[in-house]
Design a protein around this ligand. Structure first.
Ligand code: GDP
Ligand code: MG
Length: 163
C-alpha cells in the first residue's frame, strides 16, 4: 500500500503549492482520485522507487467564523485520521501564530507521525526562521520553499523513511 501524506495548515501557508510540487513529478495533471470525496484533493507522487499518495486539505478549509472548526474543519480531521504521515505547514514570513498553536494541539492528539515544515523560507537563514517553531513541541522544524522546491526532497525522504 502506498503511504498517504496529508498536508495540513492554516490558509495561505502554501499547502496547494507543496501539493503541486509533490504530485507533478509523475503527472503534470493533478486529477481527483476516482471514488473518493470530490472536495478532497488527492494526487500521486513518487520519490526514487517509492510511490505515495498526497492529500491537500485546502479543498475543505473551514467555513465557521469561530471555534475549533475555524482552525480545522471536520473533513480535515477525517483526512488526518487516514494519514500515514502528516506534514504540518507553517509560514516563515508570518512566523508562529495562535492558529498554528491550536492546529498543533489537535495534530499532536492524533498520534500520527508528524513533520513540521516551515515554508516560504527561500532567501532566509534556516536556523533563524525555524527557531521560534520549536515551541510547538513537534520536533525539529524543517525549512522548505514549496515555490522554489528547496528542502522538499529532503522532507519527503524523511517522511517516507519508514515506508
Ligand atoms: P494554501 O492556502 O495553504 O493552499 O496556500 P497556497 O499554496 O495557495 O499559497 C498561498 C500563497 O503563498 C501563494 O501566493 C503562493 O504563491 C505563496 N507561496 C507558496 N509557497 C511559497 C514559498 O515557498 N515561498 C513564497 N515566497 N511564497 C509561497
Ligand atoms: Mg490551498
Amino acid at each position: 500500500m502506498k503511504p498517504t501524506i496529508v498536508i495540513v495548515g492554516r490558509p495561505n501557508v502554501g499547502k496547494s503549492t507543496l501539493f503541486n510540487r509533490l504530485t507533478k513529478t509523475r503527472d503534470a495533471l493533478v486529477a481527483d482520485f476516482p471514488g473518493l470525496t470530490r472536495d478532497r484533493h488527492y494526487g500521486h507522487g513518487k520519490i526514487g522507487t517509492k510511490p505515495y499518495l498526497v492529500v491537500d486539505t485546502g479543498g475543505f478549509e473551514p467555513v465557521a467564523k469561530e471555534g475549533i472548526f475555524h482552525e480545522m474543519a471536520k473533513q480535515t480531521l477525517q483526512a488526518v485520521d487516514e494519514a500515514d504521515v502528516i506534514v504540518f505547514l507553517v509560514d516563515a514570513r508570518d512566523g508562529l501564530t495562535a492558529q498554528d498553536k491550536l492546529i498543533a494541539d489537535k495534530l499532536r492528539k492524533t498520534g500520527r507521525p508528524l513533520f513540521l515544515a516551515v515554508n516560504k523560507s527561500e532567501g532566509m537563514q534556516r536556523a533563524v526562521i525555524t527557531a521560534e517553531f520549536f515551541e510547538l513541541g513537534l520536533g525539529v522544524p524543517l525549512a522548505i520553499s514549496s515555490a522554489h522546491g528547496e528542502g522538499v526532497r529532503e522532507l519527503v525522504e524523511l517522511m517516507l523513511e519508514d515506508f
